[in-house]
Ligand binder design. Sequence first.
Ligand code: GTP
Length: 600
Amino acid sequence: YPSENIRNFSIIAHVDHGKSTLADRLLELTGTIRKGHGQPQYLDKLQVERERGITVKAQTATMFHRHNLHGTDTEFLINLVDTPGHVDFSYEVSRSLAACQGVLLVVDAAQGVQAQTVANFYLAFEANLSVIPVINKIDQPTADPDRVIEQLKSMFDLDPKEALLTSAKTGQGLEQVLPAVIERIPPPPGKSSSPLRMLLLDSYYDEYKGVICHVAVVDGALRKGEKISSAATGQSYDVLDVGIMHPELIQTGVLLTGQVGYVVSGMRSTKEARVGDTLYQYRSVVDPLPGFKPVKHMVFSGVYPADGSDFEALNIAIEKLTCNDASVSVAKESSTALGLGFRCGFLGLLHMDVFHQRLEQASHVISTVPTVPYIFEYSDGSKVHIQNPAMLPSNPKQRVTACWEPTVIATIIIPSEYVGAIITLCSERRGEQLEYSFIDSQRAFMKYRLPLREIVVDFYNELKSITSGYASFDYEEADYQASDLVKLDILLNGQPVDAMATIVHRLKAQRVGRELVEKLKKFIDRQMFEIIIQAAIGSKIIARETLSAMRKNVLAKCYGGDITRKKKLLEKQKEGKKRMKRVGSVDIPQEAFHELLKVS
Ligand code: GTP
């Protein structure tokens, strides 16, 4: 296939607007997959993916389609380069888009433009891609395509004549999609006579083949048997296998300029496969492709085995997971309260949730309150980067002279009646309003700068609940800003529990301390001695609760001598104990740690 017969495109959309369904229909239409076999991956979707309606792992595929272009009937090779559907992966999205010359911007005909539509549009726009607007779900009774077309015109200056109207459900309008891709998206511009340069898009670990990388050949060609090098790591590899995803791997032995496919090269771990890296011919001299960025971790959390003996099991479970997700950082850490565990770094919140959920399927774990990376400066001029609040001394020898925290720019789109609620929420979360406008008569568009810390803790759930699920939200990383931060310690019977320490803004410390202490009182069961629960800043106690002593006897509830019932209760009590963590002499149930995550 000469480059002029190749098209590379991506589908971008707000969650649930129909990206995966549309992709499946296009693959069916071209005979790439059989009808009704469209969603094999649906079954192993994680709960969190289903709950939030997003796909985490992208599915890239090559299809073939005949089309009469300028009077000649030609077969085109069309690559659908899939992108992960969440803001945490915006870097991965930007790299996938770098392999494309155009996008389908899918918008739900009833919901209209949402926060991720805006974010994704600008990613495509900045990458100079042709944008084909696709108004999907026109079969819905509440569909109002004209309104959506109007929004696209006023917000992105997209020509109303260019919009395609489709229903990925009924199939209406789908026949126009591939012709539009072929006619409106230019072929890949690379040079076949230049030395090989290819962009690494994604990777995963396969038990039989080892690490499989998805790549886009920008210039030159890639052949089996050749040797390639990585610009990011300097490592070299033999090309063992090359082919296309159709959507299963099909060996072709070669990928030509403009093609998207896979390569197996004996990499030992996906950690060697950096998204956005340039792979080139061994020993040739080429400029790396622009835009590569090393992974940046925005959220950290500790994970510990729920009962101390399981450390090895946890270790194995984590190794297995990171094998397929090289973007999680893992470092051993130890906590006085929880023992041996790991500090993991994530690209963002959803990334963290997905990881925790996968981990919990494999092993009982306790995860600590997530933290963002802070910077503290002391009076001797030294600066420390804090990824774990426990690392910050409660009574430092040096005075803290300044602290900084990461911020984000959030885009929120909501029906206008919720504007007041959003303003209240964002100001509680220390947000600064940057923009407030209307995208049409019923919908408002707001931009806020918010400390990352404030959205890490339960922001998304609260946003959804105060707007009855109607808000859409997206954010991008912004600068660090100076902030008045303090470490908040939790003490049980006078002993600080390092794993419960958090860093908060000074003005919120009192309220957060109060709430934490109350939550703990509710979730810790009474024990045989009195428990004093306190929150403190340095040596100053700011909140206190007392849990009085009680002898807990589950059998007291049993009348008579029914032995099976007695056994059941004892079993249940044992089961409950498994999920406990003994800190000092106090047993803390796993839920208490979970509940702490919700205090902001
Ligand atoms: P992720 O893949 O999870 O990121 O979401 P998505 O944007 O790809 O949406 P998806 O294709 O999973 O579709 C979301 C829901 O909308 C599913 O329940 C689909 O069945 C439904 N859906 C998709 N297209 C249409 C359509 O044209 N009409 C109607 N009525 N429903 C549709």
